[in-house]
Ligand binder design. Structure first.
Ligand code: SF4
Length: 149
């Protein structure tokens, strides 16, 4: 329950449990079993638009924080997050809107980094430590159907 004047903090997972890694300890990949068998995890534009509008307009606070997680949210591509920023734009005159992205970092390119910097995304990258430790449990997934994301 949200008290008067308090904001709500939502972690959005717009690619659901899809990830390009298959970490041995991941607690979230198994959530794929909760989805229909067509494995379409991508948040639709209609839902994204409704989420952004309702999340901002329902909050009494001057600051609204968006947190984007996965799975691996960069699988959605930069255009998805360009759309996020565009949908947030009508509200930036009245609210301070921030974005955070939690990623395994493996798909980040110079273009991604420029985009994230330009729009002030706070970026969290999950690492397990030095290479020999990191690579022990964080393995690349066999990705066979990227087009279904
Ligand atoms: S990178 Fe994160 S979401 Fe992907 S398999 Fe590893 S723990 Fe799970």
């Amino acid at each position: 329950m949200v008290g008067e004047g308090q904001g709500l903090h939502v972690v959005a997972k717009p690619i659901g449990p899809a990830c390009n890694l298959n970490c041995e300890y991941c607690f979230y990949l198994e959530k794929q079993a909760l989805f229909a068998t067509d494995k379409k995890y991508r948040m639709s534009d209609k839902v994204l638009s409704a989420f952004i509008t309702n999340y901002i307009t329902s909050q009494p606070t001057p600051v609204v924080e968006f947190v984007w997680q996965g799975g691996e949210p960069t699988l959605l591509g930069i255009d998805f997050f360009k759309r996020v920023v565009d949908l947030q734009k009508p509200f930036v005159q009245t609210k301070t809107i921030t974005n955070s992205l939690q990623t395994n970092g493996t798909l980040l390119t110079a273009e991604w980094c420029q985009f994230l910097k330009k729009h002030n995304f706070m970026v969290g990258i999950s690492l397990d430590g030095p290479k020999e430790i990191h690579d022990r449990y964080r393995r690349t997934a066999k990705v066979t159907e990227p087009s279904t994301w």
